[in-house]
Design a protein around this ligand. Structure first.
Ligand code: PLP
Length: 394
């Protein structure tokens, strides 16, 4: 019996390998800003969501060290028992100021946030309208909820309008979207979605994981679209990307936050984030709020890399952010391209189905990339372009 058990999964793994879908982990030996060392070899990291380089910022690192000195390492319990600290509270107060909302709540990761908050607001008789390219954590959150789920075509307002009109909803309508789509780098039409929500008396749930610290002078997607938060908007975001830390948050009205405290299972039944991580997220948020130089550098670097991609006529998406994918016809070509970039010491692994439909190398630009890093990327991409047609298809 145990032998059969192994055979089943070995066969499944073999199948994945045959179809170039097998994933493996590349752990890093050490890291300084965007330079990483893997198996003793130095690479420039173009595969990180640390958009502002804050994971290496001395103030952010020191904040974690000081918090460990005072509170120790682990939180030791959930927030509703004894796991919360004054630092958790201070971060939630700062988040309210930052996102201009009545209330906020820290959650343990973006994945936990979406899989806990969505089932907590979307219940029987409700309908969720979800963009087809929403992040996997949103998809899983929708699956866990008892509401009906309707998927609309990526960023297509007409399709969404039609689906809303044809739906027979006895409860609440909830529209859920990533603000910045993590694999394509495009931005959802938040202004129009907000207006639609007003007309339909629907709730708008925004996953601002890649918008926070990047869009709207760092404040996120709502500021980017010059929209003010109100009671019909739920803003979720993460500390794990531009804030260079770990964890997530939700900002909304006091009523909704109190509801989450009383119903979101990933909040109630999980140990609180370690105070050191919370202290780092607090330090990062303060930097983003007060110092715009990193955001300026991020966008300068982004424009430079976009220009390189355009000049080389590499196939990309309708990206409007530092997430810049290069699209390939098949997985093998994308894999060869990623290897070729590695020969130039550029680290940008391929992203394959089922994460995305079209295989790609997802380049992410950060404020911590230097001119030399971008020059090296340019050389590597020139070489890649030279190889197109010779085994590499785009
Ligand atoms: N939402 C989006 C849009 C993401 O890209 C991610 C990260 O991969 C998550 C949620 C999950 O966030 P975390 O990595 O903090 O779990």
């Amino acid at each position: 019996m145990p032998i059969k058990f192994f055979e089943i999964f070995e066969e499944k793994l073999e199948e994945l390998k045959k179809n170039y879908l097998y994933r493996s982990i590349n752990d890093i030996d050490s890291k300084t800003t965007m330079e990483i060392i893997i198996d003793g070899k130095k690479f420039i990291n173009f595969a990180s969501n640390d958009y502002l380089g804050l994971s290496q910022h001395p103030v952010v690192k020191q904040a974690a060290i000081e918090a460990i000195k005072i509170f120790g390492v682990g939180a030791g319990a959930s927030r509703l028992l004894s796991g919360g600290t004054i630092i958790h509270k201070k971060l939630e107060e700062l988040l309210c100021e930052f996102k201009n909302t009545q209330s906020s709540l820290i959650l343990n990761s973006g994945y936990t946030a979406n899989t806990s908050l969505i089932p907590s607001i979307a219940q029987e008789n409700d309908i969720i309208f979800s963009d087809e390219l929403n992040h996997a954590s949103i998809i899983d959150g929708c699956r866990l909820s008892k509401a009906e789920k309707i998927i609309y075509k990526h960023c297509e307002l007409e399709d969404l309008q039609k689906l809303l009109k044809n739906s027979n909803c006895k409860g609440k309508k909830i529209i859920i979207t990533d603000t910045v789509f993590s694999m394509d780098g495009d931005i959802a039409p938040i202004k129009e979605l907000y207006e639609l929500c007003k007309n339909e008396e629907a709730l708008l749930y925004l996953d601002d994981a890649h918008g926070t610290g990047v869009l709207g002078d760092g404040f996120g997607a709502l500021r980017h679209f010059k929209l003010n938060p109100d009671e019909s908007i739920i803003q979720m975001g993460t500390f794990s990307k531009a804030l260079g830390a770990f964890g997530a948050f939700v900002c909304s009205s006091s009523t909704l936050i109190n509801w989450f405290i009383n119903s979101a299972r990933g909040f109630i039944f999980s140990t609180a984030l370690p105070p050191s991580i919370v202290a780092s997220a607090y330090a990062s948020l303060k930097i983003i709020k007060e110092d715009k130089s990193l955001i300026k550098k991020l966008w300068q670097n982004t424009l430079q890399v976009k220009e390189i991609i355009n000049n080389l006529e590499l196939k990309t998406t309708n990206t409007q952010t530092p997430i810049i994918p290069i699209l390939f016809e098949d997985i093998e070509s994308a894999k060869n391209a990623s290897k070729l970039l590695q020969d130039f010491y550029i680290y940008a692994p391929l992203i394959r189905p089922p994460t995305v439909k079209t295989p790609r190398i997802r380049l992410t630009v950060t404020a911590a990339h230097t001119l030399e890093d971008i020059e090296r990327l340019k050389e590597a991409l020139k070489n890649l372009q030279g190889q197109i047609g010779m085994g590499i298809k785009i």
